[in-house]
Design a protein around this ligand. Structure first.
Ligand code: GN1
Ligand code: MG
Length: 366
């Protein structure tokens, strides 16, 4: 394996000599490796094997990432920022490609490693949430004037109408016979079907606009600096044209959870309203300048929408025999489903307060 990884890394325009390569992180989708170079003069790198079952168009994806990072770097340079730390930098192959394809048809990509960063699995204070909110708001704001369209490499990614098509098909097939014990969980999804479709109709008919969005804003996809501010938004595989509400909602799904995404003890899981408020305040400070009235109206709802979508996706993958997400045990996707559902109900209980806060906060900032 190591020799192979060295071979693959050597295909990219790496400065200096490689000292070692080791696995990094716990992404559910791709495999990531840290490439350490000898000494302190040269940068280190991240090498990634993209999941080819999920990403069918890696060239399109890397093209999107290139467009987005180029646009971001333009903004960062204009503000006298550090372009190699505040935005991801793609490393090209010797043949000037954004990816290398190995003998098995796997796509590999590389980017610069950003040193001295901090990452979190949950937001432990409203201050951190505030900083995270500012970071996502700023990310979206810097991209809000990007005219070039992105390639839709994940059709229907946060589109609940499309998720229901997949859901109906998988439930009908029930490929591993798991459906029979899941009537309670299936009802959780079905009971909210209409409400969720109603929201998505507003995106489809343009009431809620489409912009450049990240689509995977969970807290561990954000690098913070030692001062506690957002340094860089990473994991750009899912940058797409969609609604900014998906980014807000997905961030709330991860920041506000008092437990783990796959917590087995459901008593740990719930939405911390103070974290919600902290993130919202930071986000609105940056985003109020471009958000429309309909986006503001559905901001709080988006937290429920994305959490609901995640319940559906985890449960659907469980019924499908765990084909999408990496799992650590046979029941892992079901455990995730239960924990995300608990979070969803906690959001539902606090929804009026969430809505009121968005309203008050946006009034104050306008
Ligand atoms: C995946 O790749 P990662 O771990 O950052 C997934 C997200 C899910 C998330 C659940 C491309 O994100 O959509 O919300 O897991 N990414 C893809 O934690 O499906
Ligand atoms: Mg990630």
């Amino acid at each position: 394996m190591d020799r192979n990884l060295n071979y693959i890394a050597s295909k990219f325009q790496v400065e200096g000599n490689i000292e070692n390569i080791r696995p990094l992180g716990e992404g559910f989708i791709n495999d990531t490796f840290f490439v350490k170079t000898v000494g302190d003069i040269h940068p280190d790198y991240l090498l990634q094997r993209k999941n080819k079952n999920i990403f069918k168009d890696v060239p399109g994806m890397m093209g999107n990432i290139q467009k987005v990072t180029t646009h971001l770097k333009g903004k960062i340079a204009a503000a006298n920022g550090d372009v190699s730390r505040e935005a991801m930098t793609l490393i090209f192959t010797d043949e000037n490609e954004r990816f290398f394809i190995d003998e098995e048809g796997n796509y590999w990509t590389m980017c610069l490693f950003i040193k001295d960063n901090l990452t979190y699995e949950s937001a432990d204070s409203p201050e951190l949430a505030f900083a995270g909110g500012k970071g996502i708001g700023k990310f979206q704001s810097m991209l809000s004037d990007m005219k070039e369209p992105l390639v839709d490499i994940l059709p229907g990614f946060h589109n609940i109408r499309y998720r229901f098509e997949q859901w109906d098909e998988i439930l009908q097939k029930d490929p591993v016979g798991r459906k029979k014990n899941l009537s309670k969980e299936i009802a959780w999804v079905e009971n909210r079907r209409d409400e969720m479709l109603e929201f998505w109709t507003l995106v489809e008919n343009g009431t809620i606009p489409t912009r450049v969005t990240h689509n995977d804003t969970k807290i561990n996809n954000i690098l913070f600096d030692k001062e506690g501010d957002v340094l860089c938004v990473i994991d750009l595989d899912t940058v797409l044209n969609s609604t900014v509400l998906n980014d807000f909602g997905d961030a709330m799904r991860s920041y506000t959870n008092t437990g783990l995404e796959d917590d087995e003890n459901l008593e740990n899981v719930g939405m911390d309203i103070e974290i919600f408020k902290g993130f919202t305040r930071g986000y609105l400070q940056e985003a109020i300048s471009f958000l429309t009235a309909s986006e503001l109206e559905y901001l709080a709802f988006s937290a429920k929408y994305i959490t609901y979508e995640q319940v559906l996706r985890f449960l659907m993958d469980y019924i499908d025999g765990d084909k999408y997400y990496k799992t650590k045990s046979a029941e892992h996707n079901l455990i995730r489903t239960h924990a995300q559902y608990k979070l969803l109900t906690s959001m539902e209980e606090q929804f009026e307060e969430m809505k009121r806060f968005v309203e008050t906060c946006s009034q104050q900032l306008k």
